[in-house]
Design a binder for this molecule. Structure first.
Ligand code: SAJ
Length: 444
């Protein structure tokens, strides 16, 4: 029976539940390799755009795939999920699993999706969940719910697997195809059939069980978060000793088994700020204090940036109150238009509380977190007392310091949260330069 299922796989109708940036990437790629795909979302605007051949998100290459597959009839979108689910052979679930204010996973979107899936579950269907999950969710929640709603048995009547996404904004298509894809089934048949399906798009598929895949997925970003927290603490140590974090990390990383990440103004984005909480869901902070402490260290970096700003302005003989502070970048990382959970939000908020004037420039993002928006770098810098570099966009790496010096107020200050400028060049030109993990040595 399983062999027969796999043989007919290419004729399967795929339903992708949740058409955010993961769901749409999934839908467009499966449609491109020849599957009939229906992307489902409750947001009518997304559905309208996709059916018009327009990508609702700005992801390199996705626009072309969507317009091509919609035109060829392989991809369509709908808001009508119950009717659609009935017609599917495989349902891929990629709804959001955010963490709430209490730092616990909010699985309500997933549960709602599973209820419709469970009611429409037919024999031999494959259900693959791609959303990030707290460990144990597949076994303890998804499996029992689907079995009880459908009256069918997993791994014999229908197939169920956890296939976490591993794609980063800005390179989603390439990473979907090239990053090894973990496939953790609830039972060996489920693993095998889901691995076959994903092998049609992903170059490498690694078979495992659902719980191991859940832990591995959340461990990846938690590892990065803890590593960055370590780099951020090292940065503070460097500041204390008048050393430079960029040199320290470069030297330490010449050790063949050391790979310290980069310090900065804090950690943003939808992945690293969330996955540590999913990994430790249902535990007390004291049970896994390394992970929680790392989150706290990274969350505290925007405050450190603001403290450096206060110090820099003080050195210039200026009060923060009524100073004009320019923030370069609201995107959470370089060269993307995504500002979700960006450290800039907290920096801007704190500057406001200090009664300073804040102005923001970002070549990609429209979000200003309530600060005034400048439409050009020139406009943002003119008359500024201090410049905070919050995002390492390529445009900011090529700043012309001589021109900036002419545009800014007397005794201009720079707080380099990304360490993209040359401190010596800035200091030689007369800037008061502060950077994360950098303190000018008094004696060489
Ligand atoms: N950051 C640092 N120091 C570093 C690396 C990142 O401060 O050394 C900051 C970034 O500026 C950003 C945040 O951390 O604010 C997150 O950065 P990220 O590069 O990890 O970017 P994300 O959040 O887009 O992470 C995604 C993740 N992908 C998935 O969850 C599927 C992550 O696992 C990838 O490693 C990353 O993209 C990537 O490589 O682009």
């Amino acid at each position: 029976m399983l062999e027969k299922n796999i043989e007919n796989m290419k004729s399967w109708r795929l339903i992708v539940l949740g058409s955010g940036y993961v769901g749409l990437t999934t839908a467009a790629l499966f449609a491109t390799v020849g599957y009939n795909v229906t992307a489902v979302d409750m947001n009518k605007e997304i559905v309208k755009n996709v059916n018009g051949g327009i990508s609702p998100i700005n992801e390199p290459g996705l626009q072309e795939l969507i317009s091509h597959t919609v035109q060829s009839g392989k991809l369509k979108a709908t808001v009508n999920s119950d009717l659609t689910l009935n017609q599917g052979d495989t349902i891929l679930i990629s709804v959001q699993t955010p963490v709430g204010k209490n730092k616990k996973a909010n699985l309500s979107f997933l549960m709602k999706a599973l209820e419709s899936v469970g009611k429409n579950l037919k024999k031999r269907m494959l259900i693959a969940i791609c959303s990030t999950l707290p460990p144990g969710t597949m076994k303890k929640e998804v499996k029992p719910l689907l079995e009880s709603l459908s009256g069918l048995k997993v791994d014999t009547d229908f197939y169920l697997a956890y296939v976490p996404e591993r794609i980063a904004p800005g390179k989603a298509l390439q990473e979907f195809i090239e990053s090894p894809r973990l496939v953790g089934g609830i039972g060996p048949n489920s693993t095998k059939i889901a691995a076959e399906l994903f092998g049609n798009v992903c170059k490498t598929v690694i078979e495992t069980d659902a719980t191991t895949a859940e832990i591995a997925k959340t461990a990846e970003n938690t590892f990065r978060d803890v590593n960055i927290a370590f780099a951020n603490q090292l940065a503070l140590i460097c500041e204390q000793h008048g050393a430079d974090i960029t040199k320290v990390i470069k030297l330490a990383n010449t050790h063949p088994r050391v790979n310290i990440h980069t310090s900065g103004p804090g950690v943003g984005g939808p992945c690293l700020t969330k996955d540590p909480y999913l990994l430790t869901h249902q535990s007390k902070p004291e049970d896994y204090d390394l992970i929680y402490t790392a989150r706290k260290i990274n969350d505290n970096m925007p405050t450190h940036i603001v403290n450096l700003t206060i110090q820099a302005l003080k050195k210039a003989g200026k009060d923060v109150k009524n100073s004009k502070i320019t923030i370069l970048g609201t995107a959470y990382k370089a060269n993307i238009d995504d500002s979700r959970f960006s450290p800039s939000e907290s920096i801007i908020q704190k500057i406001k509380e200090l009664d300073a004037t804040s102005i923001v420039y970002d070549p990609y993002c429209t979000n200003t977190f309530g600060a005034k928006k400048a439409t050009s770098l020139h406009e943002s810098i003119e008359g500024a007392d201090c410049l905070i570099i919050a995002t390492d966009h390529t445009e900011f790496k090529n700043l012309n310091l001589t021109i900036m010096k002419q545009l800014m107020n007397d005794k201009p200050a720079i707080v380099d949260g990304r360490r993209i400028l040359n401190p010596h060049e800035a200091e030689d030109l007369g800037f008061i330069y502060y950077g994360v993990g950098y303190r000018k040595k008094e004696i060489d």
